[in-house]
Design a protein. Sequence first.
Length: 491
Amino acid sequence: MFSIRGTEVKEGPLRFKTPGIAIRLRWWLLWVFLSWLVRLPVVLVRHPRTTGTVLAGLLAWKAWTVYGPWRLAAAVAAAVLLGLVWWWRWPESFAQRIVWRARGWWRRFAVYRGLWQPTMTTLKLTSKLNDAVYVPRIVRVRSTGRVDLVTVRLLPGQILTDYAEVAERLAKTFGATDCRVRSHKRNRRQIVLWFLVDDPLTKLVPPIAPADSIDLKALTVALREDGLMYRLRLLGTHLLIAGATGAGKGSVLWSIIAALGPGIRSGLVQVWALDPKGGMELAAGRRLFAKFCYGGDDTVGWESAFAEVLDEAVERMRARQAKMRGFSRLHRPTTEEPFIVLVVDELASLTAYVTDRDLKRRIAAALSLLLSQGRAAGVTVVGALQDPRKEVLPFRDLFPTRLALRLAEAAQVGLVLAEGARARGARCDEIPESLPGVGYVGIDGEAEPVRVRFPFHSDDDVAELVELYSPDATGKDREPSSLRPVEEVAA
């Protein structure tokens, strides 16, 4: 008998040995050097501050060794002098490009760097794959002293709403008053977290002195929450102002009229004022207005008078359209054909509260034509109302620019501003009654509303505006006493 003895094979994974390729060390080093050489321009562009710091150090060392310490000191003194001139002549530009970045760099390492990872983990904004945990990365931090702008790169699968839902928790964690989440203007994979560190809108804003030359695309009318001035566009748009009683609609109207003052005095702008509330708000500035109509007295047929003014505005619009047809698509204001701003203090009195059906239909038709066709012809409607419901203002969507002041209900925020504006931080129903003039501006095409506060104009301020800017004013060359320059208001 013969026995066959073999080797027992144990079950287990098969192991393969791949053939290796021998590469000389010098060729591998050459490959690493070339790869870094190709990546170097990308690194330099992505990190301009680091690149600038290194280059400045090299240049300083080269100047020290070649030209000596005295010439280097003279160059540094010249740079400091240029910086002082920049700060003196263009303080806003200097603050944005130098102060904001320097403060943002310090806030990034002193405030956000240490708490960022545990905060993202606690709020479940991290992503885990296998054994690796991925955390959203802070790209940049800029600070105005009142607002920290933290740019964050989103992880795959994240959206802006994920951060908006925990905005209040983010604000409490980093010691901010409020936190608003905004999309990045250029990079869709990034968002910007606005941490409100110091709220300048809690203080009363003084009246703002208008610029010498009027710019209808950028009227300085309010103070933003980041401490800068808000510039409102009127040319080529319409403005809807919505707010509860005492929310500050009068402050908004008078701020706009004050910004238009130089244009009113020169004849480039005409304000047609309609005040259905008996003239209580706008009557003090009647000398500033090319047309002024007020209601409340049934004996004079004020409803019919409003309809006549609106019909006249439609006729003026159609005449301009005939002149502009084939030559221009946007009206350019002149003294012969001025820019017309139709100010209506309470739109609901014209659209919902008119009892005469024929007059109501006539007024609605005129307003619809002006809102749908008047922008290009240089006829802009600025309307204020308390109730923003559709049955009160059926053509609410024809206003490209909207301002929501303090509102009675949270649901009204979406009626005035875009849908989802409250989730992005426009909590108009939470604005306290002690802050009249505070609101959020929403513009079609811009997802995030801007929080601002409009100046308060007393009766004396209005009287001074009339004396300064009315076409028949006698004190045209007199310096304003209560109006403050833009720089002083922003400070």
